[in-house]
Design a protein. Structure first.
Length: 311
């Protein structure tokens, strides 16, 4: 049991992450410059918004067990488990779907287990009540004192960590766009940007609930509304993890144009949305739009300690 904050600097994160131009005639013909904020290059095991959302939370955990939630293919569970392995603290993953307990682990959950995460499978009714006191009390009675992180890692500390992303982008872009799942990245990004800039969120889930979530996170993290932001809810392609052929074709083409491996669940939907918005004239001629690349595709292969020169 540790009682001091972990030294995240020894993991050698690439901060600030690179900001690179993307020459693309679909934007250029409307007089718009497209930049890519390569947060996927921050760290091989803790890429993008995972690093930004986890960093302050891990310091607050100070070596205690971190318990968090996710589905069977959760990027957040994998990142939390990897952080536990790299920094030497215990992790527990509460996984949606107790039927999974009796099946071989899929590659994502197998990676979590290989990184030392204890997996606890919850039936779907219980999982829906994961924030209720009775469910949380039951989990803490099983696993002892833990820092509890919400699904997706979005809480006040996560939003504060993501404000650094906005501060890194002050100046070069009028609009900074990011794909949204649980809202923490957008809440922090908007807070960190300059007063003349705006953050645009592209939700990857259906439901129209995200605006209230972002407002609540900003209230908790910053004491009230922070920065200018908006949502465009048209590009979820049917909901989370829905990736129809049209989206794959777009992502394949973007990879060919720019040599960027495009993660399909979040980043592809963001880039598709921005391309449509450029065609619609949503960005003024002469303006600059930055797309935040929040993660890289995961190929399902096991990962261990990354070589120090891997980035």
């Amino acid at each position: 049991m540790h009682d001091e904050a972990p030294d995240l600097a020894r993991l050698r994160p690439v901060i600030p992450s690179p900001l690179r131009p993307a020459e693309d005639e679909r934007f250029a013909r409307h007089g718009v410059t497209l930049l890519l904020k390569r947060d996927d290059l921050i760290h091989p095991d803790l890429p993008g918004n995972k690093w930004r959302k986890l960093a302050l939370n891990l310091r607050a955990a100070a070596g205690r067990t971190v318990l968090t939630f996710g589905g069977a293919y959760s990027n957040h569970l994998r990142a939390t488990a990897a952080a536990g392995r790299l920094l030497g603290f215990p992790t527990v993953g509460v996984v949606r779907g107790d039927e999974l307990a009796h099946r071989p682990l899929n590659p994502s959950l197998a990676q979590c287990a290989a990184d030392g995460m204890r997996l606890h499978f919850a039936d779907r009714a219980t999982y829906r009540r994961k924030t209720s006191p009775e469910v949380l009390d039951g989990l803490l009675s099983l696993f002892g004192t833990c820092l509890v992180l919400p699904e997706g890692g979005s809480n006040a500390l996560a939003a504060q960590g993501c404000a650094a992303l906005g501060r890194e982008l002050r100046g070069p872009a009028g609009t900074v766009a990011v794909a949204c799942g649980t809202g923490g990245t957008l809440a922090g990004l908007a807070a960190g940007l300059g007063p003349e800039q705006r953050a645009l969120g592209i939700p990857v889930l259906r439901g129209g609930f995200l605006g209230d979530t972002v407002r609540a996170l900003q209230q908790e993290a910053f004491g009230g509304p922070a920065g200018r932001w908006s949502l465009d809810e048209r590009f979820h392609f049917g909901g989370y993890a829905r990736t129809p052929p049209e989206l794959h074709s777009f992502a394949d083409d973007f990879e060919d144009r720019h040599g960027l491996p495009v993660e399909r669940l979040y980043v592809a939907k963001l880039l598709y949305g921005l391309t449509v918005l450029a065609e619609e004239g949503a960005f003024a001629p002469g303006s600059t739009v930055t797309a935040v690349v929040t993660g890289a595709p995961w190929d399902g292969r096991p990962r261990g300690h990354a070589p120090s020169d891997s980035r």
